[in-house]
Design a protein around this ligand. Structure first.
Ligand SMILES: CC(C)(COP(=O)(O)OP(=O)(O)OC[C@H]1O[C@@H](n2cnc3c(N)ncnc32)[C@H](O)[C@@H]1OP(=O)(O)O)[C@@H](O)C(=O)NCCC(=O)NCCS
Length: 175
């Protein structure tokens, strides 16, 4: 991979939602989260939603939530704009997301991914996520999702930057 500047990572603010809707549409096309869906998600996300940006704007985000079981954090969605893909941003954002969930006392991180999305699966596997074998079909026929899960190491600890499961994590301002 070529060497590119890393993104700055921070919590999402309401004023970021239009830029996020645009990057979602660029990354996912018609399956993207719309601006009105993002408005609904904003408050319940309670500070777990991260933005990746540079001087030219917002180019990536991960929406995260605490599960019904408070020890479980969910990565509800994650995307990097095609213009910033393949620069290591996805990996940095994922690590920072895991750290953010751990800082909020979550012990397990789970997510849903399309079995055919090999790029995303590779990203998650590299971070240590395992296929749980569970499948969810609540997106409708032919739209099943695999459930991947990461057990957080109790030794990783809280940090403002540091290591998650052995990998460097960039510092994200607390919010
Ligand atoms: C999945 C996604 C977030 C990855 O973001 P990214 O910033 O491009 O990822 P990175 O640059 O950190 O690369 C991570 C790994 O994926 C690989 N990768 C990324 N894009 C790739 C591509 N188009 N083809 C092959 N491999 C690719 C990288 O080589 C790297 O592999 P490595 O760790 O073995 O070196 C991004 O592709 C995306 O937003 N996709 C559309 C939305 C999506 O699918 N979201 C996930 C839904 S669950």
């Amino acid at each position: 991979m070529d060497s590119f500047d890393p993104p700055r990572l921070r919590g999402v603010k309401k004023r970021d939602l239009s830029a996020i809707a645009e990057l979602e549409a660029a990354a996912f096309g018609s399956n993207s989260l719309t601006r009105s869906a993002l408005d609904v998600i904003f408050d319940p996300s309670g500070g777990l939603w991260l933005l990746a940006e540079d001087d030219e704007g917002a180019w990536g985000h991960s929406v995260n939530a605490r599960g019904e079981d408070p020890a479980i954090g969910w990565i509800v969605g994650m995307a990097i704009h095609p213009e910033r893909q393949r620069r290591g941003w996805g990996q940095l954002l994922l690590r920072a997301t895991i750290q953010r969930l751990q800082d909020h006392d979550m012990e397990v991180v789970r997510l849903l991914v399309k079995p055919a999305n090999k790029i995303a699966r590779h990203l998650y596997e590299t971070a240590g996520f395992l296929d749980t074998g569970e499948r969810m079909d609540h997106f409708g026929p032919g739209e099943d999702r695999m459930v991947m899960s990461l057990l957080l190491s109790s030794q990783s600890g809280r940090s403002g930057g540091g290591h998650v499961n052995g990998a460097m994590v960039p510092q994200v301002p607390a919010s």
